[in-house]
Design a protein around this ligand. Structure first.
Ligand code: GLC
Length: 539
């Protein structure tokens, strides 16, 4: 019996910095997060993904690490981290942490030594060139700020490689000493009890673009080395890669069940938004069908939004425009011509029924669902903040100052709170939603509870169920003799559908957007409201 816990986890992603501030300095911290563990357990969360919390100059929201073995003093101490891990374990909540090893911060002592001394052992931890080739613009991650993959460092007397900001020099993954360091970092956090790692920027890590003489086979082989090391230290730990790649590249990351156990489902996510914009089920079906078959131990991590822009770069230009038109019509809502910098509810103009529809899809599509903090209460964004900052405002706990996130003066917060309008904390917060049985939070708790009772959705063998309505997406999933079916109406008009393949199924309603009349068990014609959803157990 294998322990495939991640196949039916309920994952929640958060940034310690913006979740809960316990000491009033304006910055979220580990003691604050620890206080909120009962809230998370009550919501039904079983696994947290923590964004980088390591010491960092914070050029890129902590994705520029200057010490892999510590906690940023703004967020607490290593002791606070261990207390948090202990309390999370008591509540049955696992923790996975970000492993940001495509690059370090420029302030990392390795880089400081490397640039100061050509003979330092750290020189070869990075990638240098006297004469770098011109950059292919499609390899530049942040095109509004950077125009090259190489920057000249006076002290080093050479150019160094960086795929992201120039303050994030790329590590030389072709150097065995760097690979050893990476394993050592994993070993450290595993020893402190984490259940795995999110591998940041995985394709950049292993494609080796810019690294002279790097052989792709060798670099890809590092994913196997990481996995072997991981399970040698902790058998049930997982690797989750951030790899937004085309379908034909997915095998590079899943391997034959010997590399990453999980991948973020970027392709499905982008197809889902296109399907929502078009109100067309076939687009979603296509998103599922392009995914290659993977080893039975591999799993997709489904999401609606995360801390970055909603990237649409796997779609055609005209398809991106369809999504922009539907959900981000103004230029200020878009990013880099390929992404949306909004949270979901504002994209849907606050339409509660449609918001539920999307989270119902998240919870039933094949894979493991992930929520990002604030999604459970329908938090909005602040487009007056620069770039991806729009979706990184602090968690809204109550109607108190700063949404109850911190007692510091508002201008001292690590990131602002949304303090006006429909999405302001005065109106939209955890406390008021906990009092209201009809709130989105109450809905989410019930949805998660139901989803946990039907693990077939996460890990069963899925099939598309043909219907007579192009706007209705229907699929079934089967495991250990149990079958579930979910139907989603992507259009605003109510529909009555006929499921073409069902052999006289006896369907039991387990979750839906409203109470429906019990069906005659010998009919397979099913009613569904506009933007409605229904989950069934097949008897
Ligand atoms: C990943 C992170 C993003 C970060 C980048 C560089 O894409 O999600 O936030 O800026 O890596 O580390």
């Amino acid at each position: 019996m294998q322990n495939l816990w991640y196949k039916n986890a309920i994952v929640y992603s958060l940034d310690v910095e913006t979740f809960m501030d316990s000491d009033g300095d304006g910055v979220g911290d580990f003691p604050g997060l620890t206080q909120k563990l009962d809230y998370l357990a009550g919501l039904g969360i079983t696994c947290l993904w923590l964004l980088p919390f390591y010491p960092s100059p914070n050029r890129d929201n902590g994705y520029d690490v200057m010490d892999y073995y510590g906690v940023d003093p703004r967020l607490g101490t290593l002791g606070d981290f261990v207390e948090f891990m202990h309390k999370a374990r008591e509540r049955g909540i696992r923790v996975i942490v970000d492993l940001v090893v495509n690059h370090t911060s420029i302030a990392h002592p390795w880089f400081q030594e490397a640039r100061s001394d050509r003979n330092s052992k750290y020189r070869n931890y990075y990638v240098w060139s006297d004469n770098p080739p011109p950059a292919d613009p499609k390899h530049i991650a942040f095109p509004d700020v950077e125009d090259s993959l190489w920057d000249y460092d006076d002290k080093a007397g050479a150019y160094y490689l960086h795929h992201f900001y120039k303050e994030q020099p790329d590590l030389n993954i072709a150097n065995p000493a760097v690979r050893e360091e990476i394993c050592k970092i994993m070993g450290f956090w595993l020893e402190l009890g984490v259940s795995g790692f999110r591998i940041d920027a995985a394709p950049f890590l292993i494609q080796g673009i810019g690294i002279p003489d790097a052989k792709p086979e060798d670099l890809e082989g590092f994913l196997i080395e990481m996995r072997e090391f991981l399970v040698s230290r902790r058998a049930d730990a997982i690797l989750l890669a951030e790899a937004n790649v085309d379908a034909d590249q997915i095998g590079v990351y899943f391997g034959n069940g010997d590399k990453m156990q999980m991948l973020f489902s970027f392709l499905l996510n982008q197809h889902m938004f296109l399907a929502l914009a078009r109100q067309d089920a076939a687009t979603l079906v296509e998103g599922l069908k392009i995914l290659p078959d993977a080893h039975h131990t591999c799993q997709w991590l489904n999401f609606v939004r995360h801390h970055d822009e909603l990237t649409l770069d796997r779609l055609q230009e005209s398809e991106i425009q369809e999504i922009f038109q539907a959900f981000a019509p103004e230029e200020n809502m878009q990013m880099w011509g390929r992404g949306v910098r909004r949270r979901l509810p504002p994209m849907l103009e606050g339409d509660r029924q449609r918001v539920e529809l999307v989270y119902s899809l998240l919870l039933t599509l094949p894979g493991t669902p992930m929520l990002r903090y604030g999604e459970e209460i329908g938090m909005g964004d602040d487009l007056s903040l620069e770039g991806r900052g729009s979706v990184r405002t602090v968690m809204q706990w109550s109607s108190k100052a700063n949404g109850g996130f911190s007692s510091a003066p508002a201008d001292k917060l690590a990131r602002p709170a949304i303090d006006r309008g429909e999405y302001g904390y005065q109106k939209l917060n955890v406390t008021s939603q906990q009092r209201d049985p009809n709130s989105i939070l109450s809905w989410m708790e019930r949805a998660i509870r139901t989803r946990k009772q039907y693990p077939e959705f996460g890990s069963g063998k899925w099939k598309i169920v043909a219907t007579n309505e192009p706007s209705v997406f229907a699929h079934s999933s089967q495991q250990n003799g149990n079958t579930v079916i979910a139907i989603h109406n992507l259009s605003a008009q109510p529909r009555t559908i006929t499921m073409k393949s069902a052999e006289d199924p006896h369907l039991l309603d387990v979750f839906s957007d409203r109470p429906y009349e019990q069906m005659d068990c010998h009919s397979n014609s099913i009613e569904i409201s506009g933007y409605g959803y229904r989950w069934f157990q097949v008897n």
